[in-house]
Design a protein around this ligand. Sequence first.
Ligand SMILES: Cc1cc2nc3c(=O)[nH]c(=O)nc-3n(C[C@H](O)[C@H](O)[C@H](O)COP(=O)(O)OP(=O)(O)OC[C@H]3O[C@@H](n4cnc5c(N)ncnc54)[C@H](O)[C@@H]3O)c2cc1C
Length: 577
Amino acid sequence: MDYKAPEQDAKFLLFDLFRVQDIWSEIPALSDFSEDLTQAIVAEGARLTSEVIAPTNQIGDEEGAHWEDGVVTTPAVFKNAYQEVAQGGWLGIAGNPDFGGQGMPKMLACLVEEMLWASNSSLYLYGTLTVGSTLAIDTHGTPEQKQTYLPKMYSGEWAGAMALTESHAGTDLGIMRSRAEPQANGSYSITGTKIFITGGEHDLVENIIHLVLAKLPDAPPGTKGISLFIVPKFLVDEDGSLGERNGWASGSIEHKMGIRASATNVINYDGATGYLLGEENQGLAAMFTMMNYERLSVGLQGLGSGDLAYQQAAAYAKDRLQGRASTGAQNPDGPADSLLVHPDVRRMLLSQRAYNEGGRAFALFVGLQLDLAKFNGDKDAGRLSELLTPIAKAYLSDKGFEGAVNAQQVFGGHGYIKEWGVEQIVRDARIAQIYEGTNGVQAADLLGRKVMRDNGATLRQFVDMMAQSEVAEEFQPALNEALDRLIRVTSSVIERSAEDPNLIGAVSTDYLELTGLTMFAWLWARMAAIAPDDEFGQAKKVTARFFFDRLLPKAEGLEAGLVADSASVMSMLDDSF
Ligand SMILES: Cc1cc2nc3c(=O)[nH]c(=O)nc-3n(C[C@H](O)[C@H](O)[C@H](O)COP(=O)(O)OP(=O)(O)OC[C@H]3O[C@@H](n4cnc5c(N)ncnc54)[C@H](O)[C@@H]3O)c2cc1C
């Protein structure tokens, strides 16, 4: 499957929309990232993903990951591709420069991650878990732990994995059973079985560093009694060399609908040596450092899948000849016109494009908030990024999957068979809505925690900011209406939830969709205002018009449904289901 990285859009978003040249030049740690350097990095990421990684995507899916006697083998083509990612330093691009990371802005990392996901999501899963693990170790580790693990993980010589889930404990981690017994030498002995551990075992690297959640013997019940441990595959000797094999093994891997070349392991910890990361009983909070990173990353997975799917569908629609335009033949010398003459095909392509390009702008905006929080200590930006992270995870992965299905529809029957690769994109994109906290859980997090914790204050502040932005005049009235609607719905839900304890859970998914649509409308109105007068800019303006005419009106229907109380979902008797 061909993949072309979105270099031109990246340039437009970074330098025209967000004007990062003005922001980064004021931040000492980022002032070296000139426009030229940034474009060179994006271009190299584009080359790597389009030329080296994308050709491994379908082969990897066909071959899949294999397990035999605890040994997990990835597809043969993955070895070189992963080496290229590792040796290019791509896993450490936003990492801590004191330990071999490259300290790049998150916005740039977001763009590169989207390309890595798009070109091969199974392959990049090994990468994203490594990047997320380094972030948790860098944030919560001791100086020795950082020195031991970070350089080797940034360089891709070692990989990371995140071990939370147990067969009876998925969303509800408070009921997990894995145990950690303190040892005389300060380490811990970890025992228990984790399931669904992505990249828990594989053959791409020499060591795999698990971050494992487990409970101490005297831990308080529930999520307040969970601690986080570093549990490497091979213990690391004092001089940094690999020592003995630790006491855990892969019991099997799952056979899955998609991401078939990503090894999803059952891991049995049998008195494995673990080292506390952060404080005892504070493990879930520490793990959230990694999970928040992964949530944005999984949103980027959705976006990457959506863009890969769009590219296949647009190319196919141009070539495929079926039927005639209702305004008369457009290709009179041929047997039929291309699919592009059919308004319904265009509707599907434009929907994909509107959500993809809106999603890319949204992800970069979240990346900007993370950069402002990290490099400028901007607390408002930090709070805003927390509010927006569940939207990025859920809305981008929902729209990515929807886009993949739309692309499949554009292909007709050829979208259902293996040959063209689109059915693989659909299978691969689906998981992004499920793991890393299901999208239902993201919606509950958005409304139940991030909005409710300050009675909607951060959201209102953000809406004020959106209302004051410069946007294309033609879209200003519809945008104002959308922003008013979001405030109206938020106030109404907050107020009604005091009397109706099930309301938040009953409406949160629709509420998340409403926030996503509204925020995308703001970004489209801004993009339309500054789009250049060339073909690229023309396409932006047309897509913005499509978004406002055809997609934003869905917000009206969402508002109508959000007026209902929880009885409509709660009144059915359990026995009647
Ligand atoms: C391919 C794959 C890779 C994975 N990789 C990893 C990994 O690397 N590390 C790891 O630790 N885990 C991993 N997971 C686990 C994944 O994160 C969980 O499957 C996911 O969080 C959901 O948990 P569950 O499957 O137990 O579903 P459940 O928690 O049983 O949820 C079932 C349904 O109930 C809903 N639900 C549950 N609780 C609530 C609630 N409180 N409010 C509203 N709705 C609720 C959910 O939204 C969902 O729709 C992976 C899973 C898969 C399939």
